[in-house]
Every structure is written in structure tokens, then in C-alpha cells.
Design a protein around this ligand. Structure first.
Ligand SMILES: C[S@@+](CC[C@H](N)C(=O)[O-])C[C@H]1O[C@@H](n2cnc3c(N)ncnc32)[C@H](O)[C@@H]1O
Length: 346
């Protein structure tokens, strides 16, 4: 294990990612899996639990807009600038070939991905997390019509004309998840042998024993969708009754991504915006190492509490610590031969 990282391994660190990331060793992380602030209105890098919590108090009367609703072009620019700096650090700490998955919002995804792209990563894919349960945010204009200095009859006629016509926010039923990769050193094979990362594990199955796909859901939606894309449904216990975080991600999606991309049991999964700890819980369950960071003490405490109750799932078959320790590279006929075979040859 890298000396510099020792103090962070299997820990949830209370702090700003921008200050903690520079303390992590170069080329030492196998996977970054994170759900950063989306920069939609109040959900930025100055995340305040109280303000964000009022998101559920949303109502259809426009007194003041609830968090996440205000539309402002600065949000995308601020996200780009901030995530570009974060991504530069993530690029440095990831091993060559290491993957970087980041949840986002459909509205500002393009800004987030551009920042990651410009920081040096290869953008490999966009995963889609599908769901049906989301509150529509489109608003009727009746409230504004009532405030017009018009007679009652004209106002009523206008309301009738605009019945069903609302502000441009139809029900949002997916979240994009960026899949980026730090370029490999030499070939995929050479990179895998040296760093244990860079390939995806197609033994992982989704739905009814299907090849892994970039569409995922955790709710049953009908025969075909379930067959190809369904991951286990969140259990009542997985979040923890004490968990007041507003944007907890499903454990099954984090587990799916960790299984797809981490080869070694020694793999370190980093989440610089760990919130209530879902990524760390998934990593621990899968017998991987983790580093979690969050600025909010309350969330760090929740994450620690969730981690306390999680045991490594012993039914999972673990790979060796290092693929290169098991294989000896022979240049004979350009093939890779295992140690066992070499003994026979001798
Ligand atoms: C979208 S939430 C993550 C939720 C998490 N996926 C879960 O399942 O609980 C984003 C988190 O980023 C944290 N955050 C915001 N700015 C930060 C910063 N500069 N450094 C570290 N954490 C930050 C917030 O406190 C918040 O918990």
C-alpha cells in the first residue's frame, strides 16, 4: 500500500475535497466513483444541509423557488470551473487506465463532462439510471396571471387558454452517469498487468443474467426493461433510518460499477463527495478498500454509522491481489504463460 495513502484507507475524511485530494499519492487509486454537487441552484460546493433539505418542501406556489429550481447560466460555468480543478487532481491520483464515474443532472451534464474531458480523461460512455418516481417540477402560470392588473373575466379566459401549459420542466426520469478513463500506459494488456485496471468485467450480469449494459434501474418497470437492465431494488435497511441525506444513491448501482471495473482485492475506490457513504458501503461489502471525503460533519457521521453495520460479503469470489504476481511474462511465441506451465516446460 502507498505510504501516503495509509492514513486515508478505509476512512471517511471530514474535509474539502480540494484540500484533501492533493494529499493522496499519484497513480494510487483504482476507481473514482462519485456523486458530486450538481450545481443546480443551492446544491453547489457550499452545500448546506438546511437549505438543501427544503427541497422536499417544494410546492406549486411560487413564493421563493426551492433548491434545484432556479435556472441560471452561471451554474454551468461555475460547475465547469470547479470540476475542472477537481478532475485534474483525480487524474493525478488515478492509476493509468483507472475509471472515473460521476453522477450528474441531465441539465448540467455537458458542463461536467467537458471539465473532465479537458482535464485529460477519455470519455468512454454515459450510463443512464432510469426511474419513474420523481416529482414533476413544471409550474402553472396561474399565480402570475392572478397578479396581472386585468379584469377577472379576462384572467379566467387566459387561465383556461393556458390550461396544462407549464414552465419547461417535464418529469425527469433519468440521471446520466459519466464513465471516463485515464489513458492506459501502453496497451490495455500491459496496463492491466502492471496496474490491475483498465478493462471491464463482463462476467458481471444485469437483469436476467444479461451482458452488462449502460442502462440501469432499480425499480421493476415491465418485462423487457427488467430483463435487460434491472439491478436489485434498494432494501429498507440499506439507507439507514437515521440517514437524513437528501440525495442517497442506490447501493446496487454503486456495487455494479465497482464490480465492473475493479479487479484486485487491494483495489482502492475513492469518493471525494461521499455524502452518507453509499460508495464506501458498497466497496466494503465487496471487499474493496475505500477513501471517502465530505465537508459535512453530519453526513460523515451517518456514513460511519452505516459502515459499522456492513460486513464483507463472503459469498463473493475474490481475485488475486495482483495479476502480474500470478503471471510470468514469457516472450516465447509471444504468449503469456502461467507459472504452473513454466514449471512443466522446464
Ligand atoms: C450529491 S451528495 C452525495 C450523496 C451520496 N452519493 C450518498 O449516497 O449519500 C454530494 C455531497 O458532496 C458534499 N460536498 C459538497 N462540496 C464538497 C467539497 N468541496 N468537498 C467535499 N464534499 C463536498 C456535500 O456535503 C454532499 O454530501
Amino acid at each position: 500500500m502507498n505510504h501516503m495513502n495509509k492514513k486515508f484507507i478505509n476512512k471517511i475524511i471530514l474535509g474539502d475535497a480540494q484540500e484533501i485530494l492533493p494529499q493522496i499519492e499519484d497513480n494510487s487509486i483504482d476507481l473514482v466513483l462519485t456523486d458530486p454537487p450538481y450545481f443546480l441552484d443551492k446544491m453547489d460546493n457550499n452545500w448546506d444541509h438546511k437549505k438543501v433539505s427544503t427541497i422536499t418542501d417544494y410546492c406549486h406556489v411560487v413564493k421563493s423557488l426551492p433548491p434545484g429550481m432556479k435556472f441560471d447560466k452561471e451554474q454551468g460555468r461555475n460547475l465547469y470551473e470547479w470540476y475542472f480543478k477537481i478532475s485534474k487532481e483525480l487524474y493525478r491520483v488515478l492509476k493509468p487506465g483507472g475509471f472515473f464515474f460521476s453522477f450528474s443532472s441531465p441539465r448540467l451534464y455537458h458542463r461536467m463532462v467537458s471539465a473532465v474531458d479537458d482535464a485529460g480523461f477519455l470519455i468512454r460512455d454515459c450510463f443512464i439510471w432510469l426511474y419513474t418516481q420523481n416529482q414533476p417540477k413544471a409550474m402553472s402560470l396561474n399565480h402570475f396571471i392572478d397578479r396581472l392588473n386585468w379584469d377577472k373575466k379576462t384572467k379566467t379566459e387566459l387561465k383556461e387558454k393556458l390550461r396544462g401549459w407549464k414552465t419547461p420542466q417535464i418529469k425527469s426520469c433519468f440521471e446520466p452517469i459519466m464513465m471516463a478513463q485515464k489513458p492506459c500506459e501502453k496497451t490495455f494488456l500491459e496496463n492491466m498487468l502492471k496496474y490491475n485496471v483498465g478493462l471491464v468485467n463482463t462476467n458481471v450480469k444485469i437483469g436476467e443474467d444479461m451482458f452488462p449494459s449502460n442502462v440501469v434501474t432499480t425499480e421493476s418497470m415491465g418485462e423487457n426493461i427488467d430483463k435487460y437492465f434491472l439491478l436489485p431494488k434498494p432494501s429498507k435497511e440499506e439507507k439507514g433510518e437515521f440517514n437524513v441525506h437528501q440525495t442517497v444513491k442506490p447501493l446496487a448501482i454503486c456495487e455494479y460499477i465497482i464490480k465492473l471495473t475493479t479487479f484486485s482485492e487491494e483495489a482502492v475506490v475513492l469518493d471525494p463527495f461521499v455524502g452518507s457513504g453509499t460508495t464506501a458501503v458498497a466497496a466494503k461489502k465487496l471487499g474493496r478498500k475505500f477513501i471517502g471525503i465530505d465537508t459535512n460533519r453530519k453526513y460523515v457521521e451517518i456514513a460511519l454509522k452505516r459502515l459499522e453495520t456492513i460486513e464483507k460479503d463472503e459469498t463473493i469470489q475474490y481475485k488475486t491481489k495482483n495479476i502480474a504476481q500470478q503471471l510470468t511474462l514469457l516472450e516465447t511465441q509471444g504468449k503469456y504463460i502461467t507459472k504452473r506451465k513454466i514449471r512443466k516446460i522446464k
